[in-house]
Design a protein around this ligand. Structure first.
Ligand code: KIV
Length: 289
């Protein structure tokens, strides 16, 4: 049973405000022409319907990132994130958006074993959420899987550099590519993902010059996070850029201080409840006189 709102131009069911206008994977791919993207691609994470509604008018892509493990569920890493979590939040984000392409992260353990396993997981994610693409982590090792999916109707976003699902192999979340060999490996990863048929590529947490070289050398749009302003687009975790957490990675710019503002609002509410100044006549039901 599908839980999402169908909004393709061919569907008469529950039309969106602008049916058929949702951004597609070929449209994102087509934003890079002859190695250049005129209008940088704007991407943010979203995990809930309401946040998707607020972000959608401003974004080209919404990513239902497996970072929801830490941001929503308070988990220590993305490793314990399940298919059930990704499907539930993916469906909510699709329901809350109509313009942006929604991509859903494939969780750790749902795709690495074989291309067939990846197809089972990706097709389930697409059926249960209505998303238009999936994202998976890994470079050369994942190229055959990306090709397998892309040839079977599944648009794929790659993810190289700092790949959080590999934290136990990498030994932490520090920037990657400080040495020559590792830099070359990341660039080879990026090329392998692009050649395998991904329509876009996230490059995370790498030395700036690596991201710049990758953006200039691969033909698909490169979306940076802790990467380079030369990338074809940027992505951030929304809660990080809104200032919901005290600690954020160095590459995050905080555009607001929502944690402080929420604290102030809740303190005001708590004080008014305690002194019985809330609710007032405006917020209570009384017989009409
Ligand atoms: O899970 C996530 O939010 C991500 C982005 C940070 C790129 O993969």
């Amino acid at each position: 049973m599908s839980t999402f709102t169908i909004d393709t131009s061919t569907s008469r069911a529950t039309p969106s405000p602008v049916p058929g206008k949702r951004t597609t994977a070929p449209a994102i791919r087509g934003r890079k022409v002859d190695g250049k993207t005129d209008q940088p691609i704007v991407m943010l994470t979203a995990y809930t319907m309401r946040m998707a509604q607020l972000l959608d008018p401003h974004c080209d892509m919404l990513l239902v990132g497996d970072s929801l493990g830490q941001v929503i569920y308070g988990l220590p890493s993305t490793i314990p994130v399940t298919m059930e979590m990704m499907c539930a939040h993916g469906a909510a984000v699709v329901r809350g958006s109509w313009h942006a392409l929604v991509a859903v992260d494939m969780p750790f353990g749902s795709y690495e074993a074989s291309p067939e396993q990846a197809f089972q997981s990706a097709s389930r994610i697409m059926k249960e959420t209505g998303c238009a693409a999936v994202k998976l982590e890994g470079g050369q090792a994942m190229a055959p899987t990306i090709e397998f999916l892309a040839r079977r109707g599944i648009p794929v976003i790659g993810h190289v550099g700092l790949t959080p699902q590999a934290v136990n192999v990498l030994g932490g979340y520090g920037a990657r590519g400080k040495g020559k060999d590792e830099a070359k490996h990341i660039e080879d990863d990026a090329r392998a993902v692009a050649n395998a048929g991904a329509f876009s590529l996230v490059v995370e947490g790498v030395m700036e010059e690596i991201a710049t070289r990758i953006s200039r050398s691969v033909q698909i749009p490169v979306i940076g996070i802790g990467a380079s302003a030369d990338c074809d687009g940027q992505v951030l975790v929304t809660e990080d850029m809104l200032g919901m957490f005290e600690r954020t990675p160095r590459f995050v710019k905080r555009y607001d201080d929502l944690a402080v503002r929420i604290g102030e609002a809740v303190a005001a509410y708590a004080a008014e409840v305690r002194e019985r100044s809330f609710p007032t006549a405006d917020q209570t039901y009384r017989p009409k006189s």
